[in-house]
Design a protein around this ligand. Structure first.
Ligand code: PLP
Length: 441
């Protein structure tokens, strides 16, 4: 595609993240504006967003209330340091998020991204054990096929070989649970698969081999998004909670894509009724408008760390832009929109429509599995022989040409429409994807 802007722009200087740069630059795709469910390319084509930007624009694009709040804040207070000084909006926001959080996860620490939230949560877990005199608890447990961002902590607990292979030994003392996904037992499950709760029991083995007194925390995504919507088997999260509690190990839910409505509730913890000790979030907190993330910790975790350091800085951690005024204002307006437009409820109501539309694609060519939970779903394709990822890559390009934005990882097509989607949008998404699959070789 030779777009108007492509001819006018020099594409060379920008080193694009998680992108095959040469391939992109030989065939660029540019989005110039967006509104609601739609993005508009620089050559004026409308593209229906079936992945909420990148799992983040839950309130749709360019919501006027959020845009206005950001503009107003930028003209009132552009920046205030977060170290030793605050500003009113960030306190209001923290109070509001704490009120939405399950149980006593009432201490809110702000970051600027999911990766920062994950590294922050891991550091809080280590600092907590140290503060309570258990400094031998330094091991962290992640999971195969987990994605926790790209910081050294998140990479280490993450379970994706490609993301780790170029960066040396990473954090020491990290262990991994097995993935929750098993094609043989779970293919074409609607919602949570029945098979697989026992996979959580591997934590018992890890505990036995290493001794509980060395393990600080277990971190998992309630459902793994980035590696292809791997939905937790019925009873799995409950079992992880039970085992971690028994051994004094903190449980961290990485809710960077599940928080703020994706599962029809504020948090996956609420939806699954399993309460971890720490929650990481980002993305939907501002509907993707201004970078922001947060870690929610149990009040008792914060109290332990704070009480251990009277009259001094308790946690030597934070970012120049923690709780940035623009992000805070964007988040406040986003939460207003979620509430006033009842978007979490809408997502819950739309989920069965989404499930049916997705599973209706089961007989399309190359389809190996279809999975879904809430407003997240995946269509996994059989890979082309000797060319892993190529078939889904072609599907991505073809879908974009046909006016549909999807996301692919390996040979998995992921879908996560904004929560403002209507049944008609879901129909269009499924129809277009069906046409794309029909045309794939
Ligand atoms: N954790 C999870 C579960 C994610 O899905 C992501 C991003 O998709 C991250 C962490 C990293 O977030 P960010 O890209 O904002 O650093």
């Amino acid at each position: 595609m030779n777009t108007r802007l492509h001819n006018e722009l020099d594409l060379d200087a920008y080193w694009m993240p998680f992108t095959a740069n040469r391939a992109f630059k030989s065939e660029p795709r540019l989005i110039e504006s967006a509104s609601g469910m739609m993005c508009r390319t620089d050559d004026g084509r409308e593209v229906l967003d079936a992945i909420s930007g990148l799992w983040c624009c839950n309130a749709g694009h360019c919501h006027p209330r959020i845009a206005a709040a950001i503009g107003k804040q930028a003209a009132t207070l552009d920046y205030a340091t977060a170290f030793q000084i605050g500003h009113p909006t960030v306190f209001r926001l923290a109070e509001r998020i704490a009120a939405m959080a399950p149980d006593d996860l009432d201490a809110v620490f702000f970051t600027n991204s999911g990766s920062e939230s994950v590294d922050t949560a891991l550091k809080i877990a280590l600092a907590y054990h140290q503060a309570r005199g258990e400094s031998s608890r330094t091991r962290l447990v992640g999971r195969e096929r987990g994605y926790h961002g790209v910081g050294f902590g998140g990479m280490s607990v993450g379970g994706i070989g490609n993301n780790r292979k170029s960066f040396g030994p990473l954090l020491p003392g990290v262990l991994h649970l097995p993935t929750t996904y098993d094609h043989g037992h779970q293919a074409f499950s609607r919602g949570q698969p029945e098979w697989g709760a026992h996979l959580a029991d591997d934590l018992e083995r890890i505990v036995a081999v290493n001794h509980p007194s060395t393990i600080a925390a277990v971190i998992v995504e309630p459902f793994a998004g980035s590696t292809g919507v791997l939905v937790p088997p019925v009873g799995y999260l409950e079992r992880l909670r039970e085992i971690t509690a028994r051994y004094g190990i903190l449980l961290i839910f990485d809710e960077v894509i599940t928080a703020f409505g994706r599962l029809g509730a504020s948090f996956a913890a609420t939806r699954f009724d399993v309460v971890p000790d720490l929650i990481t979030c980002a993305k939907g907190i501002t509907s993707g408008t201004v970078p922001m993330g947060a870690v929610l910790a149990r009040e008792s975790i914060r109290a332990t760390i704070i009480d251990n350091a009277p009259d001094a800085i308790e946690l030597f951690h934070g970012y120049t832009y923690s709780g940035h005024p623009l992000a805070s204002a964007a988040a406040m307006a986003t939460l207003d929109v979620y509430e006033d437009e009842q978007l979490f409820e809408r997502a819950a109501a739309l989920a069965p429509v989404f499930e049916d539309a997705l599973h209706a694609l089961a007989d399309k060519p190359h389809v190996k599995d279809i999975r879904n939970i809430g407003l997240a779903g995946a269509v996994e394709l059989e890979p082309r022989a000797g060319e892993p990822g190529a078939r889904a890559g072609t599907a991505f390009a073809e879908a974009f040409e046909r006016g549909l934005l999807i996301r692919t990882t390996g040979d998995v097509i992921a879908l996560a429409p904004p929560l403002i989607a209507t049944p008609e949008h879901i129909e269009t998404i499924a129809e277009t994807l069906g046409d794309v699959l029909d045309g794939l070789r």
